[in-house]
Design a protein around this ligand. Structure first.
Ligand code: PHE
Length: 372
């Protein structure tokens, strides 16, 4: 019988069932450092995964949500941190891959949550800049203010009142928008976004702004959100049609833009898709490697998430740590994503490889140059 490490098919399930599965997971991940800290007062776990410092200091969002268990929280942190490495490498941006996940199994009242965030800030302070963070799913600029009480200056995207550059969502949306536009020009020709139908999944801080940008470029947009309250507000505000969450995958459109959670492109959803292109802001959209092939076989062009969703991290760290003005940040985000998508699609065409493979090889090239 093959061992879990040698057999990629049975490997994952063996590792999950094995009591020492963590070591195998870490081996496969290939990152630099994993920090696990139990927060006594709340029982929450703080997981910080530092994947690579080759391009610069590991910098990534702090995700806050309850996971099924600690294993799942660690697995997510590992995957997300690797995604950040690829994100910066594809763009040639001087930051490294890292991500934090706070797994709070039981709901916390606001005071308990703030206490946890402050103690997390102390962990960041102790790390002394070897991990630098910003908002992600489940955290806001207001949360960054609280983390920053102890964690400054390693906390980005605090509110302007606290001296930060504010929410990163609009910058991420701008980059995703530029990526969708570039990919549409490539696939459909000169018309760009005019008259294209785009389905935005998730109308959070990225999705909502993306809807606005797409509409002002002449696209016809529909959207979905699992939160009925948010869905109603956006439908009224933007006057765009709402698609029920269950109906998303079967809805015909030119572009499907996932801007909610990861793993939405999988064995179950891909056969249902009725679009020409997938490009969106969510991290880790492919559930597994096979899903890139599945999309290709369905004739759908997948623009890897990390090639288009760098906007938030790039703009905010650029403004706060490199002295960019907000308008300079916007210009650089658009230029960077357009260039990345252009190089990627050219490689896909020239070499006949999957977009995911092309993106990885661009990232690998940059990482090799940086470590040389
Ligand atoms: N959530 C951002 C991302 O996934 C992370 C980030 C935001 C990092 C802002 C720094 C500043 O790219």
């Amino acid at each position: 019988m093959q061992s879990g490490t040698n057999d990629p098919l049975s490997g994952a399930s063996l590792a999950d069932a094995h009591p020492f599965g963590l070591a195998e997971k870490l081996d496969r991940w290939g990152g630099e450092e994993l920090i696990l800290r139990r927060d006594g007062p709340t029982g929450a776990w703080i997981v910080i995964a530092l994947h690579s410092s080759v391009m610069g200091p590991p910098t990534g969002g702090t995700r806050f949500k309850p996971y099924p268990d600690l294993d799942a929280a660690i697995a997510d942190a590992l995957r997300l941190s690797e995604g950040m490495t690829h994100k910066y490498a594809v763009a040639g941006f001087p930051r490294g891959g890292g991500k934090a996940v706070i797994h709070a199994p039981i709901p916390l009242d606001p005071a308990a949550r703030a206490g946890l965030l402050r103690r997390y800030g102390s962990v960041l302070s102790r790390l002394g800049g070897t991990f630098q963070t910003g908002p992600d799913v489940g955290t806001s600029s207001e949360d960054m203010d609280v983390i920053g009480e102890n964690g400054a200056p390693w906390v980005f995207a605090r509110t302007p009142a606290a001296g930060g550059a504010g929410s990163s969502g609009p910058y991420t949306a701008l980059g995703v928008f530029a990526g969708i536009r570039a990919a549409c020009t490539h696939v459909f020709g000169g018309e760009g976004l005019r008259g294209r139908t785009v389905l935005v999944q998730g109308a959070g801080s990225v999705g909502e702004r993306l809807i606005t940008l797409l509409r002002s470029a002449g696209a016809s947009v529909c959207f979905s959100d699992v939160d009925p309250e948010c869905a109603r507000r956006i439908r009224e505000q933007e006057a765009v049609p709402l698609v029920e969450p269950e109906a998303v995958y079967g809805t015909a459109c030119d572009v499907f833009a996932p801007c909610a959670l990861g793993a939405v492109l999988n064995e179950r959803t891909i056969p249902l898709l009725s679009c020409r292109l997938v490009a969106g802001g969510a991290n880790n959209q492919l559930a597994g490697e096979a899903d890139g092939t599945r999309l290709h076989e369905r004739g759908i062009l997948y623009v890897p998430d990390y090639a288009v969703n760098i906007g938030g991290a790039m703009a905010i760290t650029g403004i706060e740590a490199m002295g960019w003005t907000p308008s300079e940040a916007e210009r650089r985000v658009v230029e960077s994503v357009e260039r990345a998508v252009g190089r990627l699609l050219e490689l896909v065409e020239r070499e006949g490889v999957l977009p995911e493979v092309a993106a990885r090889s661009l990232a690998r090239e940059r990482l090799a140059a940086a470590s040389a």
